[in-house]
Design a protein around this ligand. Structure first.
Ligand code: GRF
Length: 215
């Protein structure tokens, strides 16, 4: 089995990167976390990676005059580490269309809502404001339009009376930590793949292929 070389891009605490690193330690995981990279040198997730024995690198976006030059530095680092696949995990920096297009089909993201609902930020408060009874998270391929790419996996949670945004954030995050490693495994082993802008599952269309509700 060829293990695909994965880079995780973060900006903060890195709890999703931790769950991906933990999953990838399994002998049968079809990918290896080769690099954790942050645009913020003080991101907590960098220390978590180093503790796990994984190379951690900061490329401080404030040191670059514009998005294009930062993205070029990012691209150089990824290519020099022979990265096959990028996982965005709380990477709070908009990437240029050119960067996204050059990694098309090889970059995924986790977003804390059931897309296409609540793209962007403050998803938990917006879910409460909208009065939805079901909320969750989504793993999707990255396309130039923000939070809009083909969906790989989703996990749902109920919204219960009295929930505050912090309650939803906590319950959704727990699902993210299960969902993201599962989705990454499916992409790395080819059981979820992009075809004509949609994700197809080798298991065929079924709840087990299109909806990954942990449990
Ligand atoms: C997660 O909620 C993720 O869905 C969003 O950013 C947050 C990152 O959290 N994209 P962490 O840094 O992985 O703990």
């Amino acid at each position: 089995m060829t293990r695909r070389r994965i880079a995780i891009l973060i900006s903060g605490r890195g709890s999703n990167s931790l769950s991906l690193m933990a999953a990838a330690r399994a002998a049968d995981f079809p990918g290896e976390i080769a690099l954790v990279l942050s645009n913020r040198p003080q991101a907590g997730g960098l220390a978590l990676a180093r503790e796990a024995g994984i190379e951690a690198l900061a490329i401080d976006h404030t040191a670059y005059p514009d998005r294009a030059s930062f993205d070029a530095a990012l691209d150089d680092a990824l290519r020099s580490h022979a990265i096959d696949l990028i996982c965005l995990a709380g990477f709070m920096r908009v990437l240029t269309d050119a960067f996204v297009e050059s990694w098309a089909g090889r970059m995924i993201n986790i977003h804390p809502s059931l897309l296409p609902l609540f793209r962007g930020i403050d998803t938990h408060q917006r879910a409460l404001d909208a009065g939805v009874l079901v909320h969750g998270c989504t793993v999707h391929f990255v396309v130039p339009e923000l939070d809009a790419g083909p969906i790989v996996a989703q996990a749902a949670i109920p919204v219960v009376p009295g929930d505050k945004a912090a309650d939803l954030a906590g319950r959704v995050l727990a699902q993210e930590h299960v969902l993201y490693p599962r989705a990454l495994r499916m992409i790395c082993d080819g059981s979820a793949r992009l075809e004509n802008g949609r994700v197809v599952f080798s298991e065929g269309w079924c709840a087990g292929g299109s909806l990954r509700s942990p449990g």
